[in-house]
Design a protein around this ligand. Structure first.
Ligand SMILES: [Zn+2]
Length: 457
């Protein structure tokens, strides 16, 4: 059973929209805010709605203010007089991409995992500088929603507000607040401190008080720090006890918000049995764990590109050389191909994982995808699903409607349907036939705001 709620973003946006239409409140700020009554009609040569259905030709989407008002055949949806018309009749229109595993401030590279997390110990001004850059790249890659799974100092909540106010361009941000992790567990040092059921509940309440939309627990089956880094615990054991996980999930659900968990292998069992709403990573899957996820209707978010962090050091190229998202994707593919060629272990490990992905889908597990801070690389995550045997349309669905469903935001984003946020992109090409066309993002709209035309630097 899913918990539904109006997110922090939504509540504030509704308040902002209400202020605009209230007759007494047309202050000087109103001119810069989105006009709640403004109507845009998008003519779509082809439309993929994100539910898994095939592309339909010659469609129209009507956007009023920040939401989709109508969508359907051009012959049956009439365009209101005075509407702004966006002609995408030569394009494939689809929902904006949902990145279901995002860390806004992290930039993984060839440093160790610990080194990567040490980036989170820098001053908040530096965290925010990276966030501004990273979310711009995400937006330009067609990502219109990011589901954050652990930041520090509530920087994600601050960034969500900055985007909402129009201070910086970016996708819709669903903030998680701070990581929940244990001593010797997985996460930034500052947050490897939450031990015992009552500390779990207190931490959840603090994150909630600051405005987290959901929270992530990092559950790991091995030590993550010090001389024991990488050493597995006894079989079936994890950093958190069942009692602690149960307490955190219970507290989250009492407050009416969702829990997601970093979990691989047997840790997945602990998390799912405690009632988490989704699994992040979901590595080392076997048939039993797949069956368990189906039985509990819990999906997992596969994170493929982050597996290349050990050979990836391209952030300078992103900031100083890449001209557009196609350049950035090409560099990512190049690093990936080289890494596979250089390491037989890596290549054979990938084949095992692709087998787990396709088997999960066959068994009915909801398979989503996320970049885990490989900003701009959702297209590569989709290409990876296609390599596993998913159809391009299934990969597109995983990145949109299904991702939204897995992390419980499907009432707001992920598909093109009346009432949802007008988070819409257009692709030059047919990504449902050739997934590589996802690099050709030609139009980007977030909540009715046209964000097309940003430059890469
Ligand atoms: Zn992560």
């Amino acid at each position: 059973m899913r918990i539904r709620l109006t997110s922090l973003l939504t509540a504030t946006m509704i308040a902002a929209a209400a202020a605009l239409v209230a007759p007494a409140a047309p202050g000087p700020l109103a001119a810069t805010a989105l006009d709640a009554q403004e109507v845009t009609a998008i003519r779509a040569g082809r439309l993929i709605d994100g539910t898994g259905g095939p592309a339909r030709e010659d469609q129209v989407v009507i956007v009023q203010g920040e939401r989709i008002q109508a969508a359907g055949d051009a012959g049956s949806v009439s365009i209101p007089a005075g509407a702004r018309v966006v002609d995408l009749s030569g394009h494939t229109v689809m929902p904006g991409i949902v990145d279901a595993h995002a860390h806004l401030s992290i930039r993984p590279d060839i440093r160790t995992l610990r080194g990567q997390l040490e980036g989170m110990e820098q001053h908040d001004a530096m965290q925010m500088a990276r966030i501004v850059r990273n979310i711009r790249v995400q937006l330009m890659s067609g990502v219109t929603s990011v589901y954050v799974v652990g930041e520090v100092h509530y920087n994600d909540i601050q960034a969500a507000q900055a985007v909402e106010e129009g201070i910086i361009p970016g996708p819709r941000i669903y903030p998680s607040g701070n990581f929940i992790s244990t001593t010797a567990g997985h996460g930034p040092a500052e947050y490897r401190t939450t031990n015992g059921p009552w500390e779990m509940r207190t931490f959840v309440r603090q994150n909630y008080e600051m405005g987290a939309h959901h929270m992530k627990l990092t559950i790991t089956d091995r030590a993550r720090v010090g001389p024991n880094n990488g050493t597995p615990y006894a079989a079936g054991e994890s950093n958190y006890t069942k009692e602690e996980i149960d307490a955190a999930v219970n507290e989250l659900h009492r407050l009416g918000i969702e829990a997601t968990a970093h979990a691989n292998g047997e840790s997945i069992r602990l998390a799912v049995e405690a009632g988490v709403n989704s699994i992040q990573h979901g590595g080392n899957l076997n048939e039993d764990l797949m069956d368990l996820m189906v039985a509990h209707d819990v999906g997992f978010v596969n994170t493929y590109t982050i597996g290349y962090q050990g050979v990836f050091n391209e952030w300078g190229f992103l900031d100083n050389e890449a001209a557009n998202i196609r350049d950035w994707l090409a560099r990512g593919r190049e690093v990936h191909q080289r890494a596979l060629g250089d390491s037989e272990r890596r290549a054979s490990g990938r084949i095992v994982r692709l087998g787990q992905l396709i088997r999960s889908k066959e068994k009915g597990v909801k398979v989503g995808i996320g970049t885990d801070s490989m900003h701009g690389y959702m297209a590569l995550e989709m290409e990876n699903l296609v390599a596993a045997g998913f159809s391009p349309l299934e990969a597109l669905t995983a990145a949109t409607g299904l991702n939204a469903e897995i992390v419980g935001i499907e009432d707001e984003v992920g598909t093109i349907a009346p009432g949802l946020f007008a988070d819409i992109i257009a692709i030059d090409g047919r990504p449902d036939e050739d997934i590589r066309d996802m690099g050709n993002v030609a139009f980007i709209m977030v909540g009715g705001r046209d964000q097309t035309g940003l430059s890469f630097r």
